[in-house]
Design a protein around this ligand. Structure first.
Ligand code: SAM
Length: 245
């Protein structure tokens, strides 16, 4: 196949992301606790609380960039016995850790693990009641494609929810956050995971991600309506949402 410069750049971005998560898969959960001081648990709780998983029998949920299953487990805990939750991730190592954890928690019945790209989901149209993506969309090279796919696989009336790092809006917190993310995060990465470079890359990707209102506009452009976002922890993260009409 012939690749243009843009395709090469995008493919390299994805390769770099894959490399990061391949390296950290087995330390991923510990690293999250260390680097966020446990806050990621509260943020994920808030995300899962917005999914009305027990609302209807046969609830179908899709968690994209689901990694080691953190978001899916929270949703599974609230869902009825007949619910189906698909955990989709591009990285087999992350999914492998997720499968082990699901097994230990006795959640295998409700969960299904699929290795695929958020930009082209191997899933039928209009099949899911809700879609979540947590700390994942920032890593996807073509965000518009991921949003278009989210729209496609949701049923009319289905809900889109995205938890992602955002812009710190609390005065004073921005300086602390900058110092923390540029110095502490790569250092913890080096000490615990043996390599600071992947974490430096992740911090950079947070800076490059669109601002909260720009991202909301992208979600609207993909076709979602009643879009909104909510900032948590002074804007360190935000939850964006929308409905498929
Ligand atoms: N959602 C999980 C959580 O919050 O703990 C995992 C988040 S982790 C920071 C990002 C995940 O995105 C990784 O597991 C990575 O493999 C996945 N990912 C990166 N690019 C992707 C893509 N194009 N399609 C699907 N998953 C992708």
């Amino acid at each position: 196949t012939h690749f243009g410069f843009e395709e090469v750049r995008l493919a390299e971005k994805q390769e770099r992301v894959d490399d990061v998560f391949h390296k950290v898969a087995h330390r991923y959960d510990v690293m999250n606790d260390l680097m966020s001081g446990g806050l990621h648990r509260l943020w994920k709780d808030q995300l899962a609380a917005k999914v009305n998983a027990s609302a209807r029998p046969g609830f179908r949920h899709l968690d994209v960039a689901g990694g080691t299953g953190d978001v899916a487990f929270r949703i599974a805990a609230k869902a009825r016995a007949d619910a189906k939750i698909v955990v989709l991730d591009i990285n087999g190592d992350m999914l492998e850790v997720g499968r082990d954890r699901a097994h230990k928690r006795g959640l295998e019945e409700k969960l299904e693990f699929v290795q695929a790209n958020a930009e082209s989901l191997p899933l039928p149209d209009a099949d899911f009641d809700a879609y979540t993506i947590a700390f994942g969309i920032r890593n996807v090279p073509r965000i518009e494609l991921a949003l278009a796919e989210a729209f496609r696989v949701l049923k009319p009336g289905g809900r889109f929810l995205c938890l992602e790092f955002s812009q710190v809006t609390l005065p004073g917190l921005d300086k602390i956050y900058d110092a923390y993310s540029f110095n502490v995060i790569p250092l913890v990465g080096k000490v615990v995971a043996g390599d600071g470079e992947p974490y430096r890359y992740l911090v950079e990707s947070i800076r490059r991600f669109p601002k909260a209102d720009e991202f909301e506009a992208m979600i609207r452009k993909a076709g979602f309506r009643r879009t909104a976002y909510e900032r948590l922890t002074g804007g360190v993260v935000a939850i964006h949402s929308g409905w498929k009409p």
